[in-house]
Design a protein around this ligand. Structure first.
Ligand code: PEP
Length: 249
């Protein structure tokens, strides 16, 4: 089976007002006019911009940063997967470490959210990653593989699910694991996916996330079993994000 098509995904987190859509427009231009890249491109703006972003986007897919696990109901302030789809999203991130930490979301909750996404036809980007203490204790691989096993939705296939490995200590810190560490972790995740999904596990995209920027993207994206990036800070400016997409040109 050939390598999966790569995905370069941007997570704007709690950043972005209507005026920020100018960056999305700039990115559209860079993606369309630049030498075509051998990857799909995705931006996940805050909920408030998904509708407007999906009207403007064409070469760039639009996704969300989270969804509730229920279809509808008395969940004040929450957003269902179907609402995201209705607004124009095609992907949703679930299990980001900021959600796991700030909202006490464990892998059981993440799995339910991913299943809600699949049920309406959204692709779920399931995030996993170890803390610095877990890495220092030599538990990084077992922790992350455990998260993959517990967070993957029933009905997962390579077409419906993407896994994003994001070491918590590398997010927004400017620090990254070595390429060898990234390759070791992605290979362990690949093995877990094959164990769970058989041959189709080879086709699941596994993204690396954590302080990816134009200057380190080519090296990180070149590691074994890395099929793209999940990018926070460097996705806010079209020129920076395009510099990461360059790793696939
Ligand atoms: C993220 O939060 O998904 C992320 C990878 O952030 P950053 O690129 O800013 O480290």
């Amino acid at each position: 089976m050939s390598n999966p098509t790569a995905l370069v995904a941007g997570n704007w987190k709690m950043n972005g007002l209507t005026e920020s859509l100018a960056e999305l427009e700039a990115l559209e231009t860079l993606v369309k006019e630049g030498k075509s890249a051998d990857c799909d491109v995705l931006i996940c703006p805050p909920f408030t911009l998904i509708g407007a972003a999906s009207v403007k986007a064409d070469a760039v897919a639009i996704g969300a940063q989270d969804c509730h696990g229920a279809v509808s109901g008395a969940h004040t302030g929450d957003i269902s997967a179907q609402m995201l789809k209705d607004a124009g999203a095609t992907y949703v991130i679930v299990g980001h470490s900021e959600r796991r930490a700030d909202h006490f979301e464990n892998s059981k909750i993440v799995k339910v959210k991913a299943e809600a996404a699949l049920a309406v036809g959204l692709t779920a980007i399931v995030c996993v990653g170890e803390t610095e203490a877990e890495r220092d204790a030599g538990k990084a691989v077992s922790r992350v593989v455990g998260q993959v096993e517990a967070s993957l939705p029933e009905g997962a296939t390579s077409a419906k699910v993407v896994v994003a490995y994001e070491p918590v200590w590398a997010i927004g810190t400017g620090r990254t694991p070595t390429v060898q560490d990234v390759a070791e972790m992605h290979t362990a995740i690949r093995e877990a996916l094959i164990k769970r999904l058989g041959e189709d596990g080879k086709a699941v995209k596994i993204l690396y996330g954590g302080s990816v920027k134009p200057s380190n993207a080519t090296e990180l994206m070149g590691a074994a079993n890395v099929n793209g990036a999940l990018v926070g800070g460097a996705s806010l400016k079209a020129s920076d994000f395009n510099g990461i997409i360059d790793a696939y040109r």
